[in-house]
Design a protein around this ligand. Structure first.
Ligand SMILES: [Zn+2]
Length: 143
C-alpha cells in the first residue's frame, strides 16, 4: 500500500518548490515503482551502484532489499517532482531522514543535469547542507 501527499515551500530564488510525496509500506513496493516492473522480474535481476568513493558494485535483488532494510529508509525522485520513499520508523532517526529528503528534493531543483553522476552530486550537496544545518540546529536546541 502507498500514501501520496504534497508539500510546498516558498523560496526566494525559484518562487516555490512543490513536491508530491508517496510513502510505500514495503521496500519491494517502492522498488517495483522505481524500476517500473513486477516483483517477479526484480527477484531475478542484478543491481549495481556506486559507493561514496565512486567505486561500482553489483549485487543481487535480495542483497539490495537487505541493505535497504538495514539502512531503514530509501527513496527516489521521478520525472515530475514526485518523491517516492519507504521508511522503517523503528530504525531511522532525523539524521537519516533529513539527508534522504534533502537529496530527493535536490533532484527537483534546477539546474537538472543529464549526466547522472553530476545530478547525484548536486543532490548530495543538498543532502550535506541539510545534514549540517540539522547538526547545527540540534546543537543550538540541545537535542
Ligand atoms: Zn539521487
Amino acid at each position: 500500500m502507498k500514501t501520496t501527499w504534497t508539500s510546498e515551500r516558498k523560496c526566494i530564488v525559484d518562487g516555490k518548490i512543490n513536491v508530491s510525496l508517496t510513502k510505500y509500506d514495503t521496500v519491494e513496493e517502492l522498488l517495483c515503482e522505481m524500476y517500473q516492473t513486477s516483483l517477479e522480474d526484480l527477484r531475478n535481476s542484478e543491481h549495481g551502484g556506486f559507493d561514496k568513493d565512486g567505486n561500482e558494485h553489483s549485487f543481487s535483488f535480495n542483497d539490495l532489499i537487505d541493505n535497504i532494510k538495514k539502512s531503514g529508509c530509501y527513496g527516489f525522485t521521478g520525472m515530475n517532482n514526485d518523491i517516492h520513499y519507504w521508511i522503517d520508523n523503528t530504525v531511522v532517526t532525523y539524521n537519516d531522514l533529513i539527508p534522504l529528503f534533502a537529496h530527493e528534493i535536490g533532484h527537483t531543483v534546477e539546474p537538472f543535469y543529464r549526466d547522472t553522476m553530476k545530478e547525484e552530486i548536486k543532490a548530495e550537496r543538498y543532502s550535506d547542507v541539510a545534514a549540517m544545518a540539522y547538526q547545527i540546529a540540534s546543537k543550538e536546541m540541545c537535542i
